[in-house]
Design a protein. Structure first.
Length: 119
């Protein structure tokens, strides 16, 4: 697996809107791209910094995505939010581990037959 990381400087007053646009516009479109395996957006709201990471089956898929100009088209959607130029880097994913999502309100068994509700 391959990861493309983009480090972003975002205007403090624009962070909430940038996060919303990433979730509602970029992710659904990225899911249609060949080799796409997932994405995450990390934000430091106090510093106005974000790190967007997209995961690709191979480095070749990530490079093809850039060659198709999809990556650049997504960046354009955020120009109004940037307070500095984005920095793009690529990495081989050496270790990738995610816990399964916890569903809210679903009872879980604790100990011998005891049940609790997750929040």
């Amino acid at each position: 697996m391959f990861a493309r990381m983009t480090i972003l400087q975002v205007k403090l007053e624009s962070i909430a809107e940038a996060v919303k646009r990433f979730r509602t516009v970029v992710v659904p479109e990225a899911k249609k791209q060949r080799g796409y395996r997932g994405a995450c957006l990390l934000v430091d709201r106090a510093a106005g910094k974000g790190i967007a990471v997209t995961f690709w089956r191979t480095e070749r898929d990530a490079l093809a995505n850039e060659k198709s100009l999809f990556y650049q088209e997504q960046l354009i959607k955020f120009l109004e939010f940037f307070s500095g130029p984005p920095i793009r880097e690529g990495y081989e994913v050496a270790v990738h581990s995610l816990a399964p999502p916890v569903k809210k309100g679903v009872p879980k068994t604790v100990g011998k037959g005891k049940r609790r509700t997750t929040r």
